[in-house]
Ligand binder design. Structure first.
Ligand code: NAD
Length: 540
């Protein structure tokens, strides 16, 4: 209805789950219940649950014996059906009053903040091996924030209207894209997985959503919550399974209108290439919005506060087992501070290891890495470092007997271009390079020139001049830059998220800049009194 305004958004408060609290008891009981179930996770196409003959078993990363779901993987015909369903829904959904569309997502936010909270958190904890705090801050709070803030950003965009001089009315209509959007999401954030299909849908697009096979359980419940909130059939079509197959079919369709991707840089480049090769076949130039990898840094100046620096390194590198695109994975520490940082970080890593285990126990700080492939990558990187003579200051152990456990590990190298200073490992492994205090400016240049990414980074300094210097020299080294804070934990509405270079298109998830990408605006000029003489005055 014209004139209605969406409620001004505020960030969802984070629950603490302190011992003996009611919220802890309620979540524990949902975790216990879910651990006993082995659900069937179908595709959802045009509002129908579709079961395929090709299924895979979804297990908890921290417990090989815990089978949580049998997931139905889409075949070519299923993906085609999902595309047909999204096209069929497009006409009506794209013409819904934007406030009516907003109402669906605001209700979904309230459901997830309320009655669905335990389910979404439990699924993320068990399915992606997140500690209770790591699940709560994103699977509940960030997801709710994305929904509430994005409907407000969509309204802000609609409010952006052109100037109309006397005699005419100029209008901007923020239409969705023609065709359908393909959303392909990563394993590591339930919030991002939900945001990739919902941000375009808020703008009136219809979507084929392919979540990560490693996030299928939480994706299943997220889809259920969206449907419970009244999302019409066909607006978001959930297809589990192989990303290569789904994207092959989707990008071969002439109505492929856009890609909303988050994942690794190689996969993103592959998708871009595929779209490029097929560019002559599309009705429109498809929008490509993609966020990819990171090799995120912490650079400390000799004036840095050591205690705060150690906490930032530990939390930044080891929370969620280092499997955040923003995780601290390379650190540059001045020689004068190194003895204290070394002691503090070593102690922290050893203590964190004591609190690693089954995330179903809510006192746990760290769980397991996501799967056997990630485990092998981390184990091999640590072994290679040992062989290369790199010091293993803390951790270095791995154990796959019950789950995919990798110790919080600190490597110390004297080669700033050593492999683990440059390559994204996506695990709980931090590599430190110690520089001479007088070489601060060179150290900043090293930070800037090392590796292909530019996602997040932190500088620690009490000296204001050093902060200024870092901001300037590292201007293009990170899309999210932190001063005296860890490089992780961006909050929707506070630090719009995304990086450039090899880290993506930097369209800032959870901001107006992202929402604008899901619209193809129409400018409408209506003249009140059209001219009736073709000649201009200068013609006499
Ligand atoms: P991934 O690239 O392995 O998978 C991402 C998605 O792409 C999954 O749904 C997967 O099934 C699909 N996929 C895999 N191969 C494909 C192919 N050939 N064609 C089409 N789709 C394919 O990434 P991941 O392991 O799920 O997530 C970790 C990566 O995501 C890291 O590189 C991390 O830095 C990045 N990430 C970035 C951000 C960000 O905002 N920049 C946020 C989260 C994660």
């Amino acid at each position: 209805m014209p004139g209605f305004r969406v409620p001004p958004p505020a960030n969802e408060p984070v629950r603490t789950y302190a011992p003996a609290s009611a919220e802890r008891a309620s979540l524990e009981s949902r975790i216990a219940e879910m651990s006993k179930e082995r659900i069937d996770a179908p595709l959802v196409i045009g509002g129908r649950e579709v079961r395929s003959s090709d299924t895979f078993t979804f297990r908890a990363p921290h417990r090989h014996d815990l089978e949580l779901a049998e997931v139905h993987a889409a075949g070519t015909e299923d993906v085609t059906a999902a595309i047909v369903a999204s096209k069929a829904a497009h006409h009506d959904w794209s013409r819904w009053d934007p406030n009516e569309r907003a109402a669906v997502f605001l209700r979904a936010a309230d459901l997830i903040a309320g009655p669905w909270r335990d389910t979404i958190n439990a699924a993320t904890m068990l399915g992606q091996s997140k500690s209770v705090h790591q699940a709560e801050i994103e699977a509940a709070c960030e997801l709710v924030d994305f929904l509430r803030f994005n409907v407000a950003f969509a309204e802000q965009l609609r409010d952006m209207q052109p100037y109309s001089p006397d005699g005419m009315w100029n209008r901007m209509e923020y239409r969705p894209l023609e065709g359908f959007v393909l959303a392909i999401s990563p394993f590591n954030f339930t919030a991002i997985a939900c945001n990739l299909p919902t941000a375009p849908a808020i703008m009136g697009n219809t979507v084929v959503w392919k979540p990560s096979e490693k996030q299928a359980l939480a994706a299943h419940y997220t889809m259920a919550a969206l449907r419970a909130a009244g999302l019409p059939d066909g607006v978001i079509n959930l297809v589990h399974g192989d990303g290569g197959l789904v994207s092959d079919v989707a990008t071969a369709d002439p109505d492929f209108g856009g890609l909303h991707f988050t994942g690794s840089a190689d996969v993103m480049r592959g998708l871009w290439r595929k779209i490029g090769e097929r560019i002559d076949t599309y009705r429109s130039f498809p929008r490509i919005v993609g966020e990819s990898g990171g090799k995120d840094f912490v650079a400390a100046h000799p004036s840095a506060q050591v205690d705060a620096l150690v906490v930032a390194l530990g939390r930044g590198a080891f929370e969620y087992q280092g499997q955040k695109c923003s995780a601290a994975s390379r650190a540059y520490i001045p020689r004068s501070l190194w003895p204290q940082v070394r002691d503090g970080l070593g102690d922290l890593a050893r203590e964190a290891k004591q609190s690693m285990g089954d995330v179903g126990d809510l006192s746990t700080f760290m769980g397991a890495v996501i799967d056997g492939k990630a485990f092998a990558k981390h184990r091999d990187a640590i072994e290679a470092a040992r062989t290369a003579g790199v010091e293993v200051l803390a951790g270095g152990g791995t154990d796959d007997s019950e789950g995919w456990f990798v110790d919080p590990t600190v490597l110390v190298t004297d080669d700033p271009h050593y492999d683990t200073m440059e390559r994204e490992l996506f695990g709980p492994i931090l590599t430190v390079y110690v520089y001479e205090d007088d070489d601060w400016e060179d150290a900043l240049d090293l930070v800037d020139e090392t590796g292909p990414y530019a996602l997040t980074g932190s500088v620690f300094a009490e000296d204001r001049h050093a902060v200024h210097e870092a901001l300037d020299r590292l201007r293009d080294a990170a899309g999210n830059f932190y001063v005296n804070d860890k490089p992780t934990g961006s909050i929707v509405g506070q630090q719009p998220f995304g990086g450039a270079r090899g880290s993506g298109t930097n369209d800032k998830a959870g901001s107006l800049l992202n929402i604008v990408r899901w619209s193809s605006a129409r400018a409408i000029k209506e003249l009140s009194v059209p001219p009736t003489d073709w000649r201009y005055p200068h013609m006499g």
